[in-house]
Design a protein around this ligand. Structure first.
Ligand code: SF4
Ligand SMILES: [Zn+2]
Length: 330
């Protein structure tokens, strides 16, 4: 039976490292339970399973108790990330009183990061936010067809650009998320799309995080994946995107893949996955492309995989087509 989740408890909280003013720093990360993303309520993005972290009946009192819980674990980390599985700047999710309390409680913190859909980024709202704030924008792709057909994002790349420019003009910083390998496109097109999208985002982004798709439960992507019509990207593809962009954009490039090394997440042959993911983590801090040098026999397989996709004209899971055991190893 599914465990009953408390509306006054955070979804989860952990600590990690990230950069503050170019310095590797302790970071507190929390995912708040809120009433949920407004877009998810109308269907949402094809890869998003975040609606499962939402509870429609959540009250202000519940949100205050979640903040209390976060404060009980806070040890003065200079960076605090507050995710809501939606938009922090949507007042229906995070009422202004809660937003103000959060900024007040973490006012000594050097850097705070929240996420928002672009429609909630207005000059009026921006004028009330602390200068230490980074707003993460889920651009995903700069290709309007991919945004509409593969992701069902519900906004355009121009909406993200407007929001990003407004955030920068207000003196805050922007982290842009890109989605590596949305549905229906081949591995090589996915690489091309992320590279193009990063170039599009660079003028309004301080950081660009390339997020390879991770098959989340209860999503349209999961349905396609279960039918063998989707394969999560290879780690080689992620490395390729970072290599092509390295030294050609001003934004810091980064990636912290969820589900990396599993069949649902970005993965290679299984033998080199850990080393490849470690290399990406290192590069995210150093920005040195030498840190992306990884070798494994499966790199040739990845190249052949991409050639086969182009020859056959399909983005279906060719691994699965030839080896049904992979379904069992998920
Ligand atoms: S990916 Fe973001 S915008 Fe899309 S449904 Fe999920 S929370 Fe909402
Ligand atoms: Zn390998």
């Amino acid at each position: 039976m599914k465990e009953k989740r408390s509306p006054s408890q955070l979804e989860t909280l952990w600590k990690e490292k990230d950069l503050v003013n170019g310095k590797i720093s302790d970071t507190l990360v929390m995912i708040m339970r809120t009433s949920g993303c407004c877009w998810a309520k109308t269907g949402g993005c094809t890869m998003c399973g975040y609606r499962q972290a939402s509870i429609s009946s959540i009250t202000e009192d519940d949100l205050n108790r979640q903040i209390d819980q976060a404060l009980s674990k806070y040890e003065g980390e200079p960076f605090v990330k507050i995710y809501t599985s939606g938009s922090f700047l949507d007042e229906k999710e995070i009422p202004i009183s809660i937003r103000d309390r959060i900024f007040d409680e973490f006012s000594d913190c050097g850097r705070i990061l929240v996420e928002s859909r672009p429609e909630f980024v207005t000059n009026d709202v921006l004028s009330t936010l602390p200068r230490s704030l980074t707003i993460a924008l889920g651009l995903e792709s700069s290709n309007p067809d991919i945004l509409r057909t593969s992701i069902n994002k519900g906004f355009t790349e121009q909406d993200s650009k407007r929001a990003g420019m407004a955030i920068k003009d207000a003196g805050l910083t922007v982290r842009t998320y890109l989605l590596l390998k949305p549905l229906f496109i081949t591995e090589s097109k996915a690489i091309e799309d992320s590279v193009n999208s990063a170039r599009f985002a660079d003028p309004f982004s301080d950081e660009i995080s390339v997020n390879p798709i991770n098959v989340q439960r209860g999503t349209y992507v999961e349905r396609m994946w279960k039918r063998g019509e989707f394969r999560s990207p290879w780690i080689w593809s992620l490395i390729e995107v970072l290599k092509q962009l390295s030294g050609t954009v001003n934004a810091r490039l980064m990636s912290s893949p969820s589900g990396g090394g599993s069949q649902r997440g970005v993965h290679n042959c299984g033998i080199c996955d850990r080393a490849a993911l470690d290399a990406i983590e290192k590069f995210s801090f150093t920005q040195d492309p030498k840190d992306l040098e990884v070798t494994c026999e499966c790199k040739d397989l990845w190249k052949r995989y991409m050639e086969a996709e182009e020859l056959l004209g399909t983005a279906t899971d060719l691994d699965r087509g030839f080896d049904n055991d992979l379904m069992i190893r998920k």
